[in-house]
Design a protein around this ligand. Structure first.
Ligand code: FMN
Length: 191
């Protein structure tokens, strides 16, 4: 079984990015599953809090979920043509302490998707993540790209992704990323 974890960068109940991630979980290929984790409850990063109390439990358990997973998918909104602060804050906490970065993120297959009501489907936000991933040493999957624009027009009254074309793009995306995560794991266990 190939196990992926998905994180949405939006806390909004009706989030298009969370909708996209839930749809991805439904469209996973046989032999793979996508578990949706949350950034809810992660405090704002504060070095004094870290020094006094260590890593918050919400962060520590998310770190272990990532360690145990074969790959991580971020569903990122775009705010002011860049990364949304709440998701960056979560990744910043997950990168603490620095001695743990390699264990959590080093060589970890990662992929990005994003949805926006605008016409460019989070392209600038997705690009803005790349230096962060480089710094963390993840294995970023760049073969597929999913930029969901006009997201509000693609979701049905039940709050689920209803647009068939987007679903097919998402199905192909998760199939490609799953194969990548699987081959990365096989390469590691062989080596
Ligand atoms: C502070 C802020 C800045 C935003 N900036 C952009 C932007 O630069 N580009 C864009 O496409 N949408 C932008 N939006 C609109 C978001 O794409 C929209 O709110 C979207 O629904 C957020 O993702 P979610 O549905 O997963 O919460 C912005 C929204 C907020 C709140």
């Amino acid at each position: 079984m190939t196990r992926l974890v998905g994180l949405s960068g939006s806390l909004r109940q009706g989030s298009f990015n969370s909708t996209l991630l839930r749809a991805a979980a439904e469209l996973m290929p046989d032999g793979a599953e996508l578990t949706i984790a949350t950034i809810r409850g992660i405090p704002l990063y504060d070095g004094d809090l870290e020094a006094a109390e260590g890593i918050p439990e919400t962060v520590a358990s998310l770190k272990e979920a990532i360690v145990a997973a074969d790959g991580l998918i971020l569903a990122t909104p775009e705010y002011n043509n860049s990364i949304p602060g709440v998701l960056k804050n979560a990744i910043d906490w997950l990168s603490r302490p620095p001695a743990d970065i390699k264990r959590v993120f080093g060589g970890k297959p990662m992929a990005l998707v994003g949805a926006s009501p605008g016409g460019f489907g989070t392209i600038l936000s997705q690009n803005a993540w790349l230096p962060v991933f480089r710094t963390l040493g993840v294995r970023f999957w760049s073969d597929g790209r999913l930029l969901v624009s006009r997201a509000h027009t693609l979701i049905g009254g039940d709050g689920a992704l209803s647009d068939e074309k987007t679903k097919e793009q998402l199905r192909a995306f998760v199939a490609g990323f799953t194969a990548f995560a699987q081959s990365t794991r096989s390469a590691h266990s062989a080596g």
